[in-house]
Write a protein that binds this ligand. Structure first.
Ligand SMILES: [Zn+2]
Length: 170
């Protein structure tokens, strides 16, 4: 016998034996003959372990009583759900690719337009006989203005929303 089981406290030992034997197989567990009679004696004298054995037996009986055959309707709805989920995942994947292509296109067009803008500013600076730092800073201001404006707008909108929500709470 398992030494852990031998050294355990008698109630623990009894419950382990009940759990391991599957409760209903107690009488048919032949290799356990000595332990079986020990358990029978313990159950005789110990009400709480007897209750535990009874509970285990009841639980197993109840579990065996649950019909686990899937009805045709359940199979059909499960298949439907799996198919819907697969289609959803496919759509998400397609959307992801569209976003990737858009990001690449935006990056490319930004690079091209930045290069063209830079050349334009260099040409203008040359025509107006401006020093290089002047047209360069002009380029930076022109280039960053949209981002700065968008930032300010988002900030203003965030503040507005915060105020709006705040007034709702008050
Ligand atoms: Zn006991």
């Amino acid at each position: 016998m398992n030494p852990d089981l031998m050294n355990a406290d008698p109630h623990e030992r009894a419950r382990l034996m009940i759990a391991l034997s599957g409760t209903e197989g107690l009488s048919s567990a032949k290799p356990w003959h000595a332990e079986e009679s020990w358990l029978a004696a313990h159950l005789e004298s110990c009400a709480s372990c007897r209750a535990f054995a009874e509970n285990s037996r009841e639980t197993i009986r109840a579990l065996r009583g649950i019909p686990i055959t899937a009805s045709g309707r359940l199979v059909f709805t499960t298949q439907m759900r799996v198919r819907q989920r697969a289609a959803e995942l496919r759509r998400q994947q397609e959307r992801f690719w569209v976003i990737c292509v858009c990001c690449a296109a935006v990056t490319l067009s930004t690079a091209v337009s930045t290069a063209l803008l830079w050349r334009g500013f260099a040409w203008l600076g040359h025509q107006a006989r401006l020093s290089t730092p002047v047209w360069e800073s002009g380029f930076v201001v022109f280039y960053l203005t949209p981002a700065v404006l968008v930032g300010i707008l988002l900030l203003a909108r965030g503040t507005f929303l915060a105020d709006h929500n705040g007034s709702f709470q008050d």
